[in-house]
Design a protein. Structure first.
Length: 151
């Protein structure tokens, strides 16, 4: 189940996020995630499986380049392979599709997850070595909004 974030979810999500460091996120990103929740919780979602909080995902619109962006998507390691990532991305894309400001979709991820986003039609546009931290490279990916309409 995907539902809007509640402040009571915050501590569990932070602990779940930490379970993904340093494999998928650099440890310094914990503070960035907390800041995101403090300033943008209205566009963040909590993911539950069997009534247990197992992860989260968010989105935002960057008006400067007319992009809709999926951000801070992660799950408890024990729930990998349950299809939650697919559900989270589809949920955010559905919301972003409806926003008239959004002409393209962008995701910034790493070499560890970019293949997952390729399955949705995202294409690699930029890489930068050790961007997130040592051993975690930036993989920026884009997909035009009209591509989704034809699916």
């Amino acid at each position: 189940m995907i539902r809007p974030f509640k402040q009571t979810d915050k501590e569990i999500l932070i602990e779940t996020f930490k379970l993904n460091t340093p494999q998928y996120f650099d440890t310094k990103e914990v503070n960035d995630f907390v800041s995101y929740l403090e300033h943008h919780s209205d566009t963040y979602f909590t993911l539950e499986h069997d009534n247990k909080i197992v992860g989260g995902t968010g989105y935002y619109v960057k008006e400067g380049d007319k992009s809709g962006r999926i951000t801070w998507i992660f799950f408890h390691p024990h729930y990998s392979g349950f299809g939650l990532g697919r559900q989270a991305v589809e949920h955010c894309l559905e919301i972003l599709r409806q926003d008239p400001r959004v002409e393209k979709f962008v995701v910034t991820t790493s070499q560890l997850a970019y293949k997952f986003f390729e399955k949705f039609g995202y294409q690699l546009t930029k890489t930068e070595k050790d961007y997130w931290g040592i051993g975690l490279d930036l993989y920026e990916m884009e997909m035009p909004n009209n591509k989704l309409a034809s699916r």
